[in-house]
Structure formats: C-alpha cells, structure tokens
Design a protein around this ligand. Structure first.
Ligand SMILES: NC(=O)c1ccc[n+]([C@@H]2O[C@H](COP(=O)([O-])OP(=O)(O)OC[C@H]3O[C@@H](n4cnc5c(N)ncnc54)[C@H](OP(=O)(O)O)[C@@H]3O)[C@@H](O)[C@H]2O)c1
Length: 336
C-alpha cells in the first residue's frame, strides 16, 4: 500500500519536494483498533510542526517510512473493536496513507448519510471541534457578543465565526489574506466584514469595522495579531489562543513575551485551546453541527486534490497560506 513519507529529516519550512509516495507494508489491525481503507486524508497546519518535532511530543517521522500525523475518513476493512464491523465508516488518527491502522480510542464511527464523507475531516472533524470548543466552551459566545477571528477563510476560523453567529453574536468580523478569501468569508460564511491584512491601512480598516471594540476574539495566527485584538478589546473581553501559524516555520516560535500589562488593563480572560481535550465529546459535537449544516446555517469550503501523489503540493500550498478552505485529499472516495 502507499503512504506519503518524508525523504529526509525536515529542519525548514516544508516543501513538496521533501516528500515522496512510497510502497510500504500494510499495517496490522491494532488490538481494540480498526483497519480502514482511506477515502479522505486531512491536510493540517499542525502536521508541519509535527514533522519538525514541535507538536505535543509527536516523534519526528522516520524518513522514507513515515508521514506526519493527521486524521482520515475510511471504511473499515478489519475490526478488533467491539461496535465496529467491516463496511462501517470511521474518522480517526492516521497518516498520509491509503490503508490506515486506527489505534484504540483514537477513532469515531461516522454516518455517511448525515453529511458528505469529506466533511468529516473538516467542519465535522478536528477543525470543527476546535471551532466549537472555542466558541461554545471557552469563549462561551452569547447574545450580543462582538467577535473577531483571523485565518477566517479556513475551517477553524470560518466555522468559529459561523458558530458565534448561531450562539447569538451581534457582529462577526474576520481577518484573512486577500480579497478572494475575504469575499468567501462574507458571502459564503456570512460574516459582517472581513479585513484583508494584505491591503493598505488594514489595521485602520479593522478599527473602523469594530467601532465599539470586540468582546470575543479567536487567535489562529500570531502573537502580534493577539496584541492587535487585545488593543481592540472591551474590558473583560474573552480571547481564545488556538494557533500561531505565522510562527510555525519561523525562528520566533516560543519566543513571544507576554504583554501582561495589556491583559491587565483590559481585564481580559485568555484561554489556551488544545482540541484533544474536547475529542471525547465528538458525538455531542456532530449531533449539534449536522443540523446546522443541513439548515444552511453552517457552510464550508474544501480545497481538495485527488490522489496521494498530489498531497505534497497541497501541503506546500497550505504551509504557504495559499489554501482557500479545508485542505484534504480524496484517496479512495466512494463512487456512489
Ligand atoms: N489548538 C488546537 O488544538 C488547534 C486545533 C486545530 C487547529 N489549530 C490551529 O488553528 C489555526 C487554523 O487552522 P486551519 O486548519 O483552519 O488552517 P487554515 O486556515 O486552513 O490554514 C492556515 C491559514 O493561516 C493563515 N496564515 C497566516 N499567516 C500564515 C503563515 N505565515 N503561513 C501560513 N499560513 C498563514 C492563512 O490564511 P490567511 O491568508 O487568511 O492568513 C492560511 O490559509 C492554525 O493555527 C492551526 O494550527 C489549533
């Protein structure tokens, strides 16, 4: 079977040429786990830092043998787990591969009749859980909130803003790179405004979009943008620190001083978010979001390619911030 593997240890911003498609041994079905034929592979920013040994203790992948960690949707070929049988569909932790051994406790049953299968790696997968955890459980968005989120065209940012609206936010403002992304954020996700941070005077535009300040922000990008959001915050604003994608492949990672004075002055409540903490609530999350998708209150966009051989180029596009929507690879999608 095939897997996208690293050619060598990566100590730089990953490029497509750092990877190749290798023939590797089909894994055994793990004890209490399942073996799946992969239909969709998720491509995520965290895979980039995992490749470099900077993500929650994930080991650096062994060159020519391993890929970074990700999530997949697949159909069960073999099961050693009660409640799962061949033919069932599952979402769980795996690699960039066509057959995946999903370890005990790291997968969930999914229903292909409730939503398109590819949605389970995006809006109904880990990125969606992240947005839900942030909006509902950490920021606790409620009636009247004024909300700001960056990387707003992506699956985390876009879902966060739309859920904030569902929970009662009176205004939802996004920040994204480029006019195409901003049009998507306003026209498809229904944000009130989206500021293109690649345009001139964008911070002035952002201030103008938030004349009374913000009460909630969700940070995906950088410590600098966190400070900008804090500068626009009303007293007692809630901020969720989710990602620092701008620093993942630079030298600044882990070197940001905390501007404690700004936090004190704004009486801000800041929460760090790690999605793993919320995965045990996966079924509750799916049950809440599926009706929102069906009713059109929650929209999503996919940036997808077919075939594992095209994954490295898609990953490079994501690492460079050029993706529009959830990046994923269709490997063996169902034909009907
Ligand atoms: N804490 C957690 O448990 C958790 C879980 C899931 C995801 N996350 C984080 O959530 C954030 C969003 O994830 P996602 O999957 O929704 O990603 P995404 O939005 O699809 O892609 C990342 C986006 O980040 C923006 N970006 C800004 N500066 C960048 C830079 N220097 N290099 C590359 N991209 C840059 C780009 O959008 P623009 O052009 O609009 O800036 C890019 O499209 C990431 O930081 C991710 O690591 C955290």
């Amino acid at each position: 079977m095939q897997r996208v593997v690293t050619r060598h240890v990566i100590d730089h911003k990953p490029r497509a040429t750092d990877f190749t498609v290798a023939d590797v041994a089909t894994p055994d079905c793990p004890e209490n786990g399942i073996l799946v034929q992969v239909a969709y592979v998720s491509v995520d920013p965290y895979s980039g830092i995992a490749l470099r040994g900077r993500h929650f203790g994930f080991p650096v992948p062994e060159p020519m043998l391993e890929s970074p960690p990700t999530s997949v949707v697949g159909q069960v070929i073999e099961s050693r787990c009660a409640g799962f049988a061949a033919g069932d569909w599952a979402y769980g932790d795996a690699g960039w591969e066509e057959i995946a051994a999903l370890p005990a406790g790291k997968f969930y049953k999914i229903d292909p009749d409730r939503a398109p299968l590819s949605a389970y790696v995006g809006v109904l997968g880990m990125p969606g859980v992240t947005a839900w955890a942030s909006a509902k459980h950490l920021a606790k968005v409620t009636q009247g909130d004024v909300v700001l989120v960056n990387a707003a065209a992506g699956p985390v940012g876009g879902t966060f803003g739309q859920l904030a609206r569902v929970y009662g936010a009176q205004k939802v403002v996004g920040v994204a790179g480029g006019s195409t992304k901003c049009e998507l954020v306003c026209n498809t996700y229904g944000f009130d405004a989206c500021i293109d941070y690649k345009s001139d005077n964008w911070t002035e535009q952002l201030s103008a979009a938030l004349p009374d300040g913000l009460t909630v922000f969700h940070e995906n990008v950088s410590a600098e943008m966190t400070m900008l959001a804090l500068s626009l915050a009303q007293p007692y604003a809630r901020g969720v620190l989710c990602g620092l994608v701008d620093a993942y492949h630079g030298e600044a990672q882990g070197k940001h001083p905390v501007n404690a004075g700004a936090i004190i002055a704004k009486r801000a409540q800041l929460s760090g978010l790690v999605v793993f903490d919320f995965m045990p609530r996966y079924q509750e999350f799916v049950d809440e979001l599926v009706p929102l998708i069906s009713s059109g209150q929650l929209n999503y966009v996919e940036d997808s390619v077919d075939g594992l051989e095209n994954l490295p180029a898609l990953f490079e596009k994501l690492v460079d911030g050029n993706n529009i929507g959830k990046t994923l690879v269709a490997v063996n999608p169902p034909t009907s």
